[in-house]
Design a protein around this ligand. Structure first.
Ligand SMILES: [Zn+2]
Length: 157
């Protein structure tokens, strides 16, 4: 038997350690939570994606009475970006969330498995890692790529 570990490099930063572009992306992701439609979970998520053409696309989770019909903020943003600017490459994404108390979550919000898979596809199209900012109340986790948090992705088989 052979054993190996899968590791992800995560940088934990304070807000004042982000550059101005990162701060703007975080601000827009947090703002996007206000456009969430989450009457069932009351968990409001926002995402902001910076594209290679300079555009920033935002998305928010959209729930539905038929639960699986809804979608996450990350996928609403990435599919809109792909459908609107098919030639642009993803550069970075920020993801923020407000919990059932309406406050931004303390623990940086991480994308679900389905969103990691969807975002990875755009990362592969970009040909390089998509910088990922997971937003918490007082700190941000910065990752160099989506791949780093999706080992053994479906596209690798
Ligand atoms: Zn998701």
């Amino acid at each position: 038997m052979k054993t190996f570990e899968v590791k992800a490099k995560v940088e934990e930063l304070k807000y004042d350690e982000l550059n101005s572009k990162e701060l703007e992306l975080v601000r827009l992701a947090k703002e996007a939570t206000s456009r969430s439609y989450a009457p069932y979970s009351n968990f409001r998520v926002g995402a902001a994606i910076l594209l290679s053409n300079g555009e920033i696309i935002t998305g928010a989770n959209q729930e539905n009475a038929a639960y699986p019909s809804g979608t996450c903020a990350e996928r609403s943003a990435c599919y809109y970006a792909g459908a609107t600017y098919p030639d642009a490459k993803f550069e970075a994404i920020a993801i923020a969330a407000r919990g059932t108390d309406g406050e931004f979550v303390d623990e940086p919000c991480s994308p679900c498995g389905a969103c990691r898979q969807a975002l990875l596809q755009y990362e592969l199209l970009a040909g390089k890692g998509v910088k990922t900012l997971l937003v918490g109340r007082d700190r941000i986790y910065r990752l160099e790529s989506i791949r780093s948090i999706l080992p053994f992705a479906f596209t690798e088989f």
